[in-house]
Design a protein around this ligand. Structure first.
Ligand SMILES: Nc1ncnc2c1ncn2[C@@H]1O[C@H](COP(=O)(O)OP(=O)(O)OP(=O)(O)O)[C@@H](O)[C@H]1O
Ligand SMILES: [Mg+2]
Length: 378
Protein backbone atom coordinates (compact mmCIF):
# COMPACT_ATOMS: atom_id res chain seq x y z
CA UNK A 1 0.00 0.00 0.00
CA UNK A 2 1.24 3.46 -0.85
CA UNK A 3 2.28 5.38 2.26
CA UNK A 4 2.08 9.13 1.65
CA UNK A 5 4.43 11.70 3.19
CA UNK A 6 8.19 11.20 3.37
CA UNK A 7 10.78 12.68 5.64
CA UNK A 8 14.51 12.20 6.03
CA UNK A 9 15.02 11.58 2.34
CA UNK A 10 14.60 13.60 -0.82
CA UNK A 11 11.04 14.66 -1.52
CA UNK A 12 10.48 13.71 -5.16
CA UNK A 13 7.54 13.32 -7.53
CA UNK A 14 4.25 13.34 -5.64
CA UNK A 15 6.01 14.02 -2.34
CA UNK A 16 7.44 17.31 -3.55
CA UNK A 17 5.35 20.44 -3.37
CA UNK A 18 5.58 24.10 -4.26
CA UNK A 19 8.83 26.07 -4.59
CA UNK A 20 7.68 27.34 -8.02
CA UNK A 21 9.60 30.60 -7.79
CA UNK A 22 12.78 28.96 -6.58
CA UNK A 23 12.55 26.29 -9.26
CA UNK A 24 12.07 28.86 -11.98
CA UNK A 25 15.04 30.85 -10.77
CA UNK A 26 17.29 27.81 -10.53
CA UNK A 27 16.29 26.42 -13.93
CA UNK A 28 17.04 29.78 -15.48
CA UNK A 29 20.42 29.93 -13.70
CA UNK A 30 21.28 26.41 -14.84
CA UNK A 31 20.40 27.10 -18.41
CA UNK A 32 22.33 30.39 -18.51
CA UNK A 33 25.25 28.88 -16.59
CA UNK A 34 24.85 31.29 -13.69
CA UNK A 35 26.25 30.01 -10.38
CA UNK A 36 23.70 29.49 -7.60
CA UNK A 37 24.07 29.32 -3.84
CA UNK A 38 21.19 27.98 -1.70
CA UNK A 39 21.11 28.41 2.04
CA UNK A 40 18.65 27.37 4.74
CA UNK A 41 18.52 25.92 8.22
CA UNK A 42 18.60 22.09 8.32
CA UNK A 43 15.81 20.13 6.65
CA UNK A 44 13.99 22.95 4.91
CA UNK A 45 14.33 21.34 1.51
CA UNK A 46 17.56 22.41 -0.22
CA UNK A 47 18.55 19.00 -1.58
CA UNK A 48 15.00 18.17 -2.71
CA UNK A 49 14.69 21.51 -4.46
CA UNK A 50 17.96 21.16 -6.40
CA UNK A 51 17.10 17.62 -7.44
CA UNK A 52 13.66 18.68 -8.61
CA UNK A 53 14.89 21.75 -10.48
CA UNK A 54 17.67 19.73 -12.14
CA UNK A 55 15.14 17.13 -13.32
CA UNK A 56 13.00 19.85 -14.86
CA UNK A 57 15.97 21.69 -16.35
CA UNK A 58 17.23 18.67 -18.33
CA UNK A 59 13.79 18.24 -19.84
CA UNK A 60 13.88 21.71 -21.31
CA UNK A 61 17.60 21.86 -22.15
CA UNK A 62 18.91 18.59 -23.56
CA UNK A 63 22.53 19.72 -23.44
CA UNK A 64 22.59 20.11 -19.69
CA UNK A 65 24.43 17.52 -17.61
CA UNK A 66 24.21 17.45 -13.81
CA UNK A 67 26.73 16.05 -11.35
CA UNK A 68 25.69 15.64 -7.73
CA UNK A 69 28.39 15.64 -5.11
CA UNK A 70 27.96 15.63 -1.36
CA UNK A 71 30.88 17.09 0.55
CA UNK A 72 29.56 15.89 3.88
CA UNK A 73 31.43 12.62 4.13
CA UNK A 74 34.61 13.80 2.49
CA UNK A 75 37.74 14.01 4.58
CA UNK A 76 40.19 15.66 2.25
CA UNK A 77 40.90 17.66 -0.86
CA UNK A 78 42.05 14.51 -2.72
CA UNK A 79 38.77 12.78 -1.95
CA UNK A 80 36.93 15.80 -3.28
CA UNK A 81 38.83 15.68 -6.60
CA UNK A 82 38.39 11.90 -6.97
CA UNK A 83 34.64 12.14 -6.33
CA UNK A 84 34.42 15.06 -8.72
CA UNK A 85 36.18 13.08 -11.45
CA UNK A 86 33.91 10.06 -10.90
CA UNK A 87 30.71 12.05 -11.00
CA UNK A 88 31.74 14.07 -14.04
CA UNK A 89 32.58 10.88 -15.92
CA UNK A 90 29.22 9.40 -14.91
CA UNK A 91 27.39 12.44 -16.19
CA UNK A 92 29.40 12.54 -19.40
CA UNK A 93 28.46 9.16 -20.89
CA UNK A 94 26.56 5.95 -20.29
CA UNK A 95 28.59 3.55 -22.37
CA UNK A 96 31.53 1.65 -20.88
CA UNK A 97 33.72 2.19 -23.90
CA UNK A 98 33.16 5.97 -23.96
CA UNK A 99 33.73 6.19 -20.22
CA UNK A 100 37.05 4.35 -20.57
CA UNK A 101 38.03 6.63 -23.45
CA UNK A 102 37.17 9.74 -21.46
CA UNK A 103 39.10 8.49 -18.45
CA UNK A 104 42.23 7.56 -20.43
CA UNK A 105 42.20 10.58 -22.66
CA UNK A 106 41.44 13.23 -20.04
CA UNK A 107 42.75 11.77 -16.79
CA UNK A 108 45.73 9.81 -18.16
CA UNK A 109 48.27 11.43 -15.87
CA UNK A 110 46.48 9.95 -12.82
CA UNK A 111 46.59 6.35 -14.19
CA UNK A 112 42.80 5.89 -14.07
CA UNK A 113 41.29 2.46 -13.49
CA UNK A 114 37.58 2.02 -13.92
CA UNK A 115 35.93 -1.02 -12.26
CA UNK A 116 32.37 -1.58 -13.39
CA UNK A 117 29.78 -3.29 -11.20
CA UNK A 118 28.32 -6.22 -13.17
CA UNK A 119 29.12 -4.56 -16.49
CA UNK A 120 26.75 -1.73 -15.65
CA UNK A 121 28.00 1.50 -17.26
CA UNK A 122 26.14 3.56 -14.65
CA UNK A 123 27.89 1.97 -11.71
CA UNK A 124 31.62 2.03 -11.39
CA UNK A 125 34.45 3.06 -9.15
CA UNK A 126 37.32 5.12 -10.40
CA UNK A 127 40.80 4.68 -8.95
CA UNK A 128 43.29 7.46 -9.46
CA UNK A 129 46.87 7.90 -8.33
CA UNK A 130 46.15 9.95 -5.22
CA UNK A 131 49.64 11.41 -4.95
CA UNK A 132 49.38 12.82 -8.42
CA UNK A 133 45.84 14.05 -7.73
CA UNK A 134 47.08 15.95 -4.72
CA UNK A 135 50.14 17.35 -6.47
CA UNK A 136 48.39 18.37 -9.66
CA UNK A 137 44.56 18.40 -9.62
CA UNK A 138 44.16 20.88 -12.49
CA UNK A 139 43.22 18.31 -15.09
CA UNK A 140 40.38 17.08 -12.88
CA UNK A 141 39.21 20.62 -12.41
CA UNK A 142 39.29 21.04 -16.20
CA UNK A 143 37.33 17.87 -16.87
CA UNK A 144 33.85 19.33 -17.36
CA UNK A 145 35.20 22.11 -19.52
CA UNK A 146 36.99 19.72 -21.87
CA UNK A 147 34.09 17.26 -22.17
CA UNK A 148 31.60 20.08 -22.61
CA UNK A 149 33.67 21.73 -25.34
CA UNK A 150 34.13 18.43 -27.21
CA UNK A 151 30.47 17.38 -27.04
CA UNK A 152 28.58 20.67 -27.00
CA UNK A 153 27.37 20.16 -23.43
CA UNK A 154 26.81 22.34 -20.38
CA UNK A 155 27.67 20.99 -16.95
CA UNK A 156 26.14 21.95 -13.62
CA UNK A 157 28.12 20.76 -10.63
CA UNK A 158 25.77 20.55 -7.67
CA UNK A 159 27.68 20.35 -4.42
CA UNK A 160 25.59 19.62 -1.35
CA UNK A 161 26.76 20.39 2.23
CA UNK A 162 29.41 22.61 0.73
CA UNK A 163 30.21 24.09 4.16
CA UNK A 164 32.00 20.84 4.93
CA UNK A 165 34.98 21.75 2.74
CA UNK A 166 35.90 24.16 5.53
CA UNK A 167 37.02 21.12 7.57
CA UNK A 168 39.68 20.09 5.02
CA UNK A 169 43.32 20.71 5.88
CA UNK A 170 44.50 24.01 4.39
CA UNK A 171 40.95 24.75 3.42
CA UNK A 172 41.52 28.37 2.42
CA UNK A 173 44.20 27.37 -0.04
CA UNK A 174 41.90 24.69 -1.39
CA UNK A 175 38.98 27.11 -1.73
CA UNK A 176 41.21 29.64 -3.48
CA UNK A 177 42.34 26.99 -5.92
CA UNK A 178 38.75 25.98 -6.68
CA UNK A 179 37.56 29.53 -7.07
CA UNK A 180 40.50 30.45 -9.33
CA UNK A 181 39.79 27.49 -11.59
CA UNK A 182 36.01 27.78 -11.55
CA UNK A 183 35.80 31.44 -12.41
CA UNK A 184 37.38 30.80 -15.81
CA UNK A 185 34.81 28.23 -16.85
CA UNK A 186 32.76 28.78 -19.98
CA UNK A 187 30.67 25.62 -20.08
CA UNK A 188 30.23 24.80 -16.41
CA UNK A 189 28.25 26.39 -13.60
CA UNK A 190 27.89 25.52 -9.95
CA UNK A 191 25.09 25.08 -7.53
CA UNK A 192 26.47 25.14 -4.00
CA UNK A 193 24.09 24.50 -1.15
CA UNK A 194 24.25 23.83 2.52
CA UNK A 195 23.52 24.82 6.03
CA UNK A 196 22.78 28.53 6.25
CA UNK A 197 24.53 29.31 9.52
CA UNK A 198 27.67 27.36 8.70
CA UNK A 199 27.88 28.52 5.10
CA UNK A 200 27.55 32.15 6.15
CA UNK A 201 30.10 31.79 8.92
CA UNK A 202 32.60 29.39 7.43
CA UNK A 203 32.49 29.94 3.68
CA UNK A 204 31.13 33.43 3.06
CA UNK A 205 32.17 35.08 6.33
CA UNK A 206 33.65 38.20 4.71
CA UNK A 207 34.96 39.61 1.47
CA UNK A 208 38.38 38.02 2.00
CA UNK A 209 36.87 34.53 1.64
CA UNK A 210 37.34 32.93 -1.81
CA UNK A 211 33.65 32.12 -2.29
CA UNK A 212 32.31 35.44 -1.08
CA UNK A 213 29.58 36.56 -3.54
CA UNK A 214 30.12 33.50 -5.66
CA UNK A 215 26.68 33.25 -7.21
CA UNK A 216 23.02 34.07 -7.16
CA UNK A 217 22.21 33.60 -3.49
CA UNK A 218 18.88 32.10 -2.56
CA UNK A 219 17.65 31.93 1.03
CA UNK A 220 15.13 29.16 1.20
CA UNK A 221 12.04 29.89 3.30
CA UNK A 222 9.55 27.51 4.85
CA UNK A 223 6.68 26.44 2.59
CA UNK A 224 3.45 28.47 3.02
CA UNK A 225 0.62 27.10 5.10
CA UNK A 226 -1.86 27.36 2.20
CA UNK A 227 0.40 25.15 0.12
CA UNK A 228 0.69 22.59 2.89
CA UNK A 229 -3.11 22.48 3.23
CA UNK A 230 -3.44 21.74 -0.45
CA UNK A 231 -0.65 19.16 -0.36
CA UNK A 232 -1.81 17.32 2.77
CA UNK A 233 -5.41 17.20 1.55
CA UNK A 234 -4.32 15.83 -1.80
CA UNK A 235 -2.09 13.12 -0.35
CA UNK A 236 -4.92 11.98 1.94
CA UNK A 237 -7.32 11.93 -1.03
CA UNK A 238 -4.80 10.05 -3.21
CA UNK A 239 -4.71 7.30 -0.61
CA UNK A 240 -8.49 7.13 -0.07
CA UNK A 241 -8.60 8.91 3.26
CA UNK A 242 -9.97 12.34 4.01
CA UNK A 243 -9.00 15.41 5.99
CA UNK A 244 -10.68 18.81 6.20
CA UNK A 245 -8.81 21.98 5.28
CA UNK A 246 -9.03 23.06 8.88
CA UNK A 247 -7.39 19.88 10.16
CA UNK A 248 -4.69 20.00 7.47
CA UNK A 249 -4.00 23.59 8.56
CA UNK A 250 -3.71 22.35 12.14
CA UNK A 251 -0.95 19.90 11.09
CA UNK A 252 0.96 22.65 9.26
CA UNK A 253 0.54 25.03 12.20
CA UNK A 254 1.77 22.56 14.82
CA UNK A 255 4.82 21.85 12.66
CA UNK A 256 5.19 25.60 11.98
CA UNK A 257 5.39 24.87 8.25
CA UNK A 258 8.81 23.24 8.74
CA UNK A 259 8.96 20.90 5.69
CA UNK A 260 10.50 17.89 7.41
CA UNK A 261 8.17 18.04 10.40
CA UNK A 262 5.02 18.76 8.40
CA UNK A 263 5.70 15.58 6.45
CA UNK A 264 6.55 13.57 9.55
CA UNK A 265 3.51 14.76 11.50
CA UNK A 266 1.24 14.31 8.49
CA UNK A 267 2.46 10.74 8.13
CA UNK A 268 1.83 10.01 11.80
CA UNK A 269 -1.70 11.41 11.40
CA UNK A 270 -2.26 9.37 8.27
CA UNK A 271 -1.23 6.14 10.06
CA UNK A 272 -3.71 6.86 12.86
CA UNK A 273 -6.55 7.65 10.44
CA UNK A 274 -8.97 4.96 9.32
CA UNK A 275 -11.23 7.10 7.08
CA UNK A 276 -11.17 10.68 8.15
CA UNK A 277 -8.48 12.56 10.08
CA UNK A 278 -9.73 14.62 13.04
CA UNK A 279 -8.15 17.34 15.19
CA UNK A 280 -8.06 14.76 17.98
CA UNK A 281 -5.88 12.49 15.85
CA UNK A 282 -3.56 15.40 15.03
CA UNK A 283 -3.17 16.29 18.70
CA UNK A 284 -2.46 12.67 19.54
CA UNK A 285 0.10 12.33 16.71
CA UNK A 286 1.80 15.56 17.78
CA UNK A 287 2.14 14.33 21.37
CA UNK A 288 3.46 11.02 20.03
CA UNK A 289 6.07 12.81 17.96
CA UNK A 290 7.22 14.88 20.94
CA UNK A 291 7.55 11.71 23.02
CA UNK A 292 9.38 9.92 20.25
CA UNK A 293 12.04 12.65 20.17
CA UNK A 294 12.14 13.19 23.92
CA UNK A 295 15.42 11.32 24.61
CA UNK A 296 17.15 13.26 21.87
CA UNK A 297 15.80 16.55 23.28
CA UNK A 298 16.91 15.65 26.81
CA UNK A 299 20.46 15.12 25.62
CA UNK A 300 20.39 18.27 23.48
CA UNK A 301 19.23 20.29 26.51
CA UNK A 302 21.76 18.55 28.77
CA UNK A 303 24.53 20.07 26.68
CA UNK A 304 23.34 23.59 27.48
CA UNK A 305 24.49 25.48 30.56
CA UNK A 306 22.05 27.12 32.98
CA UNK A 307 21.91 30.59 31.45
CA UNK A 308 21.24 29.21 27.95
CA UNK A 309 18.34 27.20 29.29
CA UNK A 310 17.04 30.24 31.15
CA UNK A 311 17.25 32.26 27.97
CA UNK A 312 15.09 29.67 26.18
CA UNK A 313 12.62 29.75 29.07
CA UNK A 314 12.38 33.53 28.74
CA UNK A 315 11.93 33.21 24.98
CA UNK A 316 9.10 30.73 25.44
CA UNK A 317 7.51 33.07 27.96
CA UNK A 318 7.36 35.61 25.15
CA UNK A 319 10.16 37.87 26.37
CA UNK A 320 11.48 40.24 23.69
CA UNK A 321 13.70 42.65 25.64
CA UNK A 322 16.35 40.29 26.95
CA UNK A 323 18.72 43.07 27.95
CA UNK A 324 16.23 44.81 30.22
CA UNK A 325 17.35 44.79 33.86
CA UNK A 326 14.21 43.03 35.09
CA UNK A 327 14.47 40.25 32.53
CA UNK A 328 18.18 39.68 33.14
CA UNK A 329 17.50 39.50 36.84
CA UNK A 330 14.41 37.29 36.67
CA UNK A 331 16.04 34.78 34.32
CA UNK A 332 19.58 34.99 35.75
CA UNK A 333 21.08 36.04 32.43
CA UNK A 334 23.94 38.10 33.89
CA UNK A 335 24.98 41.17 31.93
CA UNK A 336 23.79 42.38 28.52
CA UNK A 337 27.17 41.28 27.10
CA UNK A 338 26.30 37.83 28.37
CA UNK A 339 22.91 37.99 26.65
CA UNK A 340 24.69 38.72 23.35
CA UNK A 341 26.99 35.73 23.97
CA UNK A 342 24.04 33.45 24.75
CA UNK A 343 22.22 34.47 21.57
CA UNK A 344 25.34 33.84 19.47
CA UNK A 345 25.92 30.46 21.02
CA UNK A 346 22.31 29.31 20.61
CA UNK A 347 22.44 30.52 17.03
CA UNK A 348 25.65 28.59 16.36
CA UNK A 349 23.99 25.46 17.75
CA UNK A 350 21.08 26.17 15.39
CA UNK A 351 18.57 26.23 18.22
CA UNK A 352 17.50 29.78 17.43
CA UNK A 353 17.69 32.01 14.41
CA UNK A 354 18.00 35.78 14.66
CA UNK A 355 15.77 37.43 12.13
CA UNK A 356 16.27 41.16 12.56
CA UNK A 357 15.00 41.81 16.06
CA UNK A 358 12.96 38.62 16.11
CA UNK A 359 14.28 35.43 17.66
CA UNK A 360 12.86 32.24 16.22
CA UNK A 361 13.26 28.72 17.55
CA UNK A 362 14.21 26.58 14.58
CA UNK A 363 12.86 23.22 15.68
CA UNK A 364 9.09 23.43 16.33
CA UNK A 365 8.93 20.04 18.02
CA UNK A 366 11.82 20.88 20.34
CA UNK A 367 9.98 24.08 21.13
CA UNK A 368 6.82 22.14 22.02
CA UNK A 369 8.86 19.66 24.07
CA UNK A 370 10.57 22.45 26.04
CA UNK A 371 7.22 24.11 26.66
CA UNK A 372 5.18 21.08 27.64
CA UNK A 373 7.70 18.60 29.05
CA UNK A 374 10.67 20.57 30.29
CA UNK A 375 9.46 23.97 31.50
CA UNK A 376 5.83 22.87 31.78
CA UNK A 377 4.56 26.22 30.52
CA UNK A 378 0.82 26.22 29.98
N1 LIG B 1 9.32 20.89 -1.62
C1 LIG B 1 9.02 19.99 -0.67
N2 LIG B 1 7.80 19.42 -0.65
C2 LIG B 1 7.48 18.55 0.31
N3 LIG B 1 8.29 18.17 1.29
C3 LIG B 1 9.52 18.69 1.33
C4 LIG B 1 9.96 19.62 0.34
N4 LIG B 1 11.21 19.99 0.62
C5 LIG B 1 11.55 19.30 1.73
N5 LIG B 1 10.56 18.52 2.16
C6 LIG B 1 10.57 17.68 3.38
O1 LIG B 1 11.70 18.04 4.16
C7 LIG B 1 12.61 16.94 4.28
C8 LIG B 1 14.03 17.45 4.16
O2 LIG B 1 14.27 17.87 2.83
P1 LIG B 1 15.73 18.00 2.25
O3 LIG B 1 16.55 16.82 2.64
O4 LIG B 1 15.58 18.32 0.82
O5 LIG B 1 16.20 19.28 3.06
P2 LIG B 1 17.66 19.87 3.25
O6 LIG B 1 17.50 21.31 3.49
O7 LIG B 1 18.53 19.43 2.13
O8 LIG B 1 18.09 19.11 4.60
P3 LIG B 1 19.57 18.99 5.23
O9 LIG B 1 19.80 20.29 5.92
O10 LIG B 1 19.41 17.86 6.21
O11 LIG B 1 20.52 18.71 4.13
C9 LIG B 1 12.22 15.97 3.17
O12 LIG B 1 12.51 14.64 3.55
C10 LIG B 1 10.72 16.20 3.09
O13 LIG B 1 10.08 15.50 4.13
MG1 LIG C 1 20.33 18.36 2.15
Amino acid sequence: MEIPFVFGKLAVDKDFTNRQEERKRLISNFSKLVNSVILSPPSWGKSSLVWKAAGEAVKSDKNLRFCFINAFDMQSEEQFYCTLATEVLKASANKMRVLNDHANELLGRYQPKLSFVEDNPNEFTLHLDEKEVKAQPDEILQLTEKIAAQHGLKFILCIDEFQHVSTFENTLLFQKRLRAAWQKYQHTAFCLYGNKYQMLNLIFADSSMPFYKFGDQLYLERIDQEEWIRFISKRFRDTKKSITKRTAAFIAALAECHPFYVQQLAQQCWFRTVDSCSAEIVRDAHEGLIDQLSLFFWSKTGELSGSYIQFLRALLHGVEQFSSKEVMKEYHLGTSANVVKIKKMLESKEIIELNGKKIIMLDPIYKSWLKSRYFKIN
